[in-house]
Design a protein around this ligand. Structure first.
Ligand code: ADP
Length: 255
């Protein structure tokens, strides 16, 4: 007799992250989000763009369970959620390897298990050979790679990114976009990605969500048609310009 528990089709179809009519009002009286509907399933890479102060970080904090909705419904079916911040937030006194191993330590993995997982994650982000360097010995892009390795080492079902490349120079930023796309193709988690860059959003995503100025609500969703991997030159094509134009127009209309 099989011991595998039956999986209901609704569970399989359910998005990893689902928001319905979500409103967030802070005790100060500021309403950051109003009536937000959003679903992110495994294999979706959803970017959120919107003017400053429209509630993008608030949305991510709600998805991470760091804050509670005021009204509406937010469901997360992920066993593991990870969060990548704009600042890599590494421990300066630990090597790259020991920074990534920290996740395994906190989860109670054995030394051998957490080392193997950390080495695999560092290899995934292209940092093999740099495991024993300390953060101050690494470039900004490499520190961000360590931060991404630390987020992915726990094999998340849901990965939340709060403008991770916002502080990087343009060349490094484009390179990191290509790297993140490669990793996403391999791991296929559900990704929710906040960015100020329309072209970054379009290049990386399966769908771009445009939010209005505060209180933030979803004013447009643009499906991105291209399969992965997407060549870097795609960014210079007419079809890319057309879609970034659609997103920018929606942003401009509702800013
Ligand atoms: P974004 O990430 O789009 O720039 P935020 O989510 O950071 O926007 O903020 C949305 C709005 O909510 C802003 O007006 C901000 O000042 C306000 N806000 C964010 N966090 C808090 C908080 N903890 N208490 C009160 N107001 C907050």
């Amino acid at each position: 007799m099989s011991t595998t528990a039956p999986v209901s089709p609704t569970r399989l179809d359910a998005p990893t992250l689902q928001l319905r009519e979500v409103t967030k009002r802070f005790p100060t009286g500021t309403t950051a989000l109003t009536g937000v509907d959003l679903g992110v399933a495994s294999g979706d890479f959803v970017s959120v763009v919107g003017p400053s102060g429209c509630g993008k970080s608030t949305l991510l904090r709600l998805a991470a369970g760091l804050d509670q909705v005021t009204s509406g419904d937010l469901r997360v079916s992920a066993a593991t959620t990870s969060y990548v911040f704009q600042d890599p937030t590494l421990l300066e006194w630990r090597s790259a390897l020991r920074n990534v191993e920290l996740v395994g330590e906190l989860r109670g993995l054995s030394r051998a298990e957490r080392r193997a997982a950390a080495l695999a994650a560092l290899e995934l982000v292209g940092l093999d050979g740099f495991e024993h360097q300390h953060p101050r010995q690494l470039s900004g892009g490499m520190r961000m790679r360590v931060s991404i390795a630390r987020a992915l080492v726990a094999e998340p079902d849901l990965a939340l990114f709060d403008e991770p490349f916002g502080a990087l120079d343009e060349i490094t930023r484009l390179r990191m976009q290509t790297e993140l796309q490669r990793i996403f193709c391999m791991k296929s988690f559900a990704a929710l990605f906040i960015t100020h860059s329309v072209s970054e959003a379009v290049y990386l995503s399966t769908r771009v969500v445009v939010m209005s100025g505060r209180p933030g609500r979803v004013v447009a969703e643009v499906d991105i048609p291209w399969s992965y991997p997407r060549p870097p030159e795609l960014r210079y094509s007419a079809e890319f310009a057309e879609i970034t134009g659609q997103v920018s127009a929606a942003l401009g209309e509702h800013a």
